[in-house]
Design a protein around this ligand. Structure first.
Ligand code: FES
Length: 346
C-alpha cells in the first residue's frame, strides 16, 4: 500500500492511499463529527454529518477516499452550514427526553449536536412527527422508534456481523423506519438476539431491557462454551448486572452470542446450588464440602470394587473453566477410567 500526502485544515498528513478522509483525519487527531459511520462496518454515507470540503467540493468524509495533494477543510461557513442542517434534520424528529434516556451522555447525536450547534427556533418550526409505539416484545432489547435517526448501523451490523439480516429500512419518506420482515415485533423476527445492534446503536433507539448501570467491571472469560470469548462482567450491588464483550480479545473482538451477552441471570439466581446437598431419608440436606467429598469417594470405591474402574464415567460441563475440566478428566483417569465427556459441543 502506497503512502500519500494530503492537507487537512492546512496540516500536511501522510497516510495510506486506501484510507477515507475520516480515517485519515481521525488517525491524526483531527475530529470530524460523524454519526452513521462505525469502524466495525462498511461505510454507508447516510447521515451527511461528516461532510467536509475536499478540493472545494462537499463530500461525506466517511466514504470519500484520500488522494495525493488533496486539500480538505473540516470547518468553514460552507461545511458548518451543511453539517448543521444535516444534524437539525436528525434532531427534529428525535424524542428529546434525554434525562430519562439510558443513552444520555453516551449519545452520538448529543455529541454531534453539541459540536455543530443547532438552532432551537428552526427546530420548533420543523418538528412534526407523532410519537410512535415502542417495541418491547423482545426479552432483552427495547426498540424505541422515537429515538431512531435512521443511521442504518443496526441494519448493517445485522448484515455484516452475525449475517442474519433480520432488519432493514422499510416504508417511505416520514414513515421510513427500521423494521423486520412484515413489520412484525422483533421477537417474532429471525433476530438471533446476539445484541450486536444494541451495542453499536449510537442513540437510545436500541437499549437493553435491563438498563442498570454497573458500579464496576470485572474482566473474565465467558464459560458457556469452548470458544472462550473475552467479556467484562458489570457488577452492581454485588450482582452481575450486565455483560459486554472485550474488544481486545483475539477470540471474539468484542462480539458475543445471545448466551454470552444476556444469559447471566443464573449466576445470582436463588435456585442456584451454592452448597453440596446429600440425600438423607429421601430428602436433600445441606452438607459441608468435606462431607460431600467423603461420600463421593466412598461411593466411587464401592463401584470400583464391585464392577471395576471402567464402570466409572464422568460428564463435565462447559460452564466449568478449562482448568476445572482438565482436573476433572485427570481425576477420572487416575481412578482408572477413560470414560469422560462434556456438554460443550458447538
Ligand atoms: Fe459519514 Fe454519516 S458519518 S455520512
Amino acid at each position: 500500500m502506497a503512502e500519500i500526502q494530503l492537507y487537512v485544515d492546512g496540516r500536511e498528513l501522510t497516510v495510506e492511499d486506501s484510507k477515507t478522509i475520516l480515517e485519515a483525519a481521525t488517525e491524526n487527531g483531527v475530529y470530524i463529527p460523524h454519526l452513521c459511520h462505525h469502524s466495525d462496518l462498511n461505510p454507508a454515507g447516510i447521515c451527511r454529518v461528516c461532510l467536509v470540503e475536499a478540493d472545494g467540493i462537499l463530500v461525506p468524509s466517511c466514504r470519500a477516499p484520500v488522494a495525493a495533494g488533496m486539500v480538505v477543510k473540516t470547518g468553514g461557513d460552507l461545511v458548518n452550514k451543511a453539517r448543521r442542517l444535516a444534524v437539525e434534520l436528525l434532531v427534529v424528529n428525535h424524542h428529546d427526553d434525554c434525562l430519562a434516556c439510558g443513552k444520555n451522555n453516551d449519545c452520538k447525536l448529543q455529541e454531534v449536536a453539541r459540536y455543530v450547534g443547532v438552532d432551537k427556533e428552526r427546530l420548533k418550526r420543523l418538528r412534526s412527527r407523532e410519537l410512535r409505539p415502542v417495541d418491547d416484545s423482545h426479552p432483552f432489547i427495547v426498540r424505541d422508534y422515537n429515538k431512531c435517526v435512521l443511521c442504518g448501523i443496526c441494519v448493517r451490523t445485522c448484515d455484516e456481523i452475525p449475517c442474519v439480516e433480520a432488519i432493514d429500512f422499510s416504508f417511505r419518506g416520514y414513515d421510513t423506519k427500521i423494521s423486520t420482515l412484515g413489520d412484525k415485533p422483533l421477537q417474532e423476527s429471525k433476530c438471533v438476539s446476539c445484541g450486536e445492534c444494541l451495542v453499536r446503536c449510537p442513540v437510545g433507539a436500541l437499549l437493553p431491557k435491563n438498563g442498570a448501570q454497573p458500579a464496576y467491571e470485572v474482566k473474565t472469560v465467558c464459560s458457556y462454551c469452548g470458544c472462550g470469548c473475552g467479556i467484562y462482567l458489570g457488577v452492581r450491588d454485588g450482582k452481575v448486572a450486565r455483560v459486554r464483550g472485550n474488544q481486545d480479545s483475539p477470540v471474539n473482538d468484542g462480539e458475543l452470542c445471545v448466551k454470552g451477552r444476556f444469559g447471566y441471570s443464573y449466576i445470582n439466581h436463588p435456585d442456584r446450588l451454592t452448597t453440596p446437598l446429600i440425600k438423607r431419608n429421601g430428602k436433600f440436606e445441606e452438607a459441608s464440602w468435606d462431607e460431600a467429598l467423603e461420600l463421593v469417594t466412598e461411593k466411587f470405591q464401592e463401584v470400583q470394587n464391585k464392577y471395576g474402574a471402567e464402570s466409572l464415567g464422568g460428564l463435565s460441563s462447559a460452564r466449568a473453566t478449562n482448568e476445572d475440566n482438565y482436573l476433572f478428566q485427570k481425576l477420572l483417569r487416575s481412578l482408572g477410567s477413560n470414560s469422560v465427556d462434556h456438554c460443550a459441543r458447538l
